[in-house]
Design a binder for this molecule. Structure first.
Ligand code: WQD
Length: 326
């Protein structure tokens, strides 16, 4: 039996695929390679399916049957908050439409287990400084809304068919398990700083007057390899008959500020920085840190790597990519 990983050629998906393969599991990847890259997954079979199209449900059902798939890790999605504000309908078509097609294929094939990439973006700007899963989700952008709707769709499918599912609410993912699997898109604080360094520009700090210890935004940075391990733990968990919950925060439980991250990058790269403070970004919470006790208690997962390892591995991945492609 094998595991289908949608979005398996992407940054996070490729880490999940490699861990599954290393654990001796058969894996098949579905990816349209719009942002993913087939190089990341080596010999693992890759089927090109655009999940948002009408044909996708049938194509997925064929992949599930022909590869003897018995579990899905659904990662394929669009994930840029700013883009989602500009093209909301398209985000719903991609992320919600993709989930609808996947769930039709799951129902048609009788598949029983789905692990879903959700996001801390479902929480929006919470009142709590440390967020557990009982906090009411109130997304403030279409990206976060599509992830929350995805969770609801899974819950509805489970009521209809007995599907077993786990939604993993990722906090701020960074780092690389292997240099060649690093995130090449300058989309998060760490990669944005690297990108600016490469262009001879100072790091930007979006606001320094938040109610946080040093005034800059605090986030829960989780190493992508720890995050990938959480997916394997979730798959195992779906085998258990008495599962109490379907939604899990995936974070370390510890926050780091923008200045702490920038300082760590300076130390790792041996570069002295003078970050430039610019106005805060609209919609950015002061602090977003996971209470990660549920996933520890129920899945036996906890993050094993801290900020130093995140930055060191991200830096190694950035060096690898720039030496290779420039
Ligand atoms: C982190 C911190 C910024 C860039 C977003 C999405 C979330 C998830 C991850 C999913 C914040 C500050 C950033 C810079 C800065 N998306 N910052 N200078 O906004 O926490 O989360 O990405 O796939 O759903 O909301 O992540 O990395 O953009 O920012 O000061 O140049 O760094 O204000 O405090 P964010 P981020």
């Amino acid at each position: 039996m094998s595991v289908l990983v949608t979005g398996g050629a992407g940054y996070i998906g490729a880490h999940v695929v490699r861990l599954l393969a290393d654990a001796g599991r058969d894996v098949v990847v579905v990816d349209d390679c719009s942002t993913g890259s087939p190089e990341r997954i080596g010999d693992v079979p890759l089927v090109d399916v655009d999940l948002s199209t009408d044909a996708a449900a049938g194509e997925l059902a064929r992949v599930i049957r022909s590869h003897g798939v018995d579990a899905v890790v659904h990662i394929a999605a669009k994930k840029q908050v700013g883009e989602s504000m500009q093209r909301p309908a398209w985000y719903y078509r991609q992320n919600v439409g993709g989930m609808a097609n996947l769930l039709e294929a799951v129902a048609a094939t009788g598949l029983e287990r789905v692990v879903f990439s959700s996001s801390a973006a479902v929480y929006g700007v919470p009142d709590e400084t440390v967020v557990d899963e009982s906090v009411e989700p109130r997304p403030i952008n279409p990206y976060g809304a599509t992830k929350l709707v995805g969770e609801w769709m899974l819950a509805d499918a489970a009521r209809a068919t007995g599907l077993r599912h786990a939604s993993l609410r990722y906090f701020n993912v960074a780092g690389a398990g292997w240099p060649e699997l690093g995130d090449p898109e300058a989309l998060n604080l760490v990669t944005i700083v690297f990108d600016r360094m490469a262009r001879g520009l100072r790091p930007l700090v979006y606001g320094d007057a938040y109610a946080t210890p040093d005034g800059t935004g605090v986030r829960d940075y989780v190493h992508v390899l720890d995050l990938a391990e959480a997916h394997l733990a979730a798959l195992d968990h779906l085998d258990e008959p008495d599962r109490a919950h379907d939604v899990f925060n995936v974070g370390t439980g510890a926050g780091a500020s923008v200045l702490e991250v920038v300082d760590r990058i300076a130390a790792e790269s041996g570069t002295a920085f003078d970050p430039e403070v610019v106005p805060a970004r609209a919609g950015d919470p002061a602090q977003l840190v996971a209470d990660a006790s549920r996933i520890a208690a129920e899945l036996g997962w906890r993050a094993r790597r801290g900020l130093d390892e995140i930055i060191a591995s991200a830096w190694a991945a950035d060096r690898f990519r720039r030496s290779r492609y420039s």
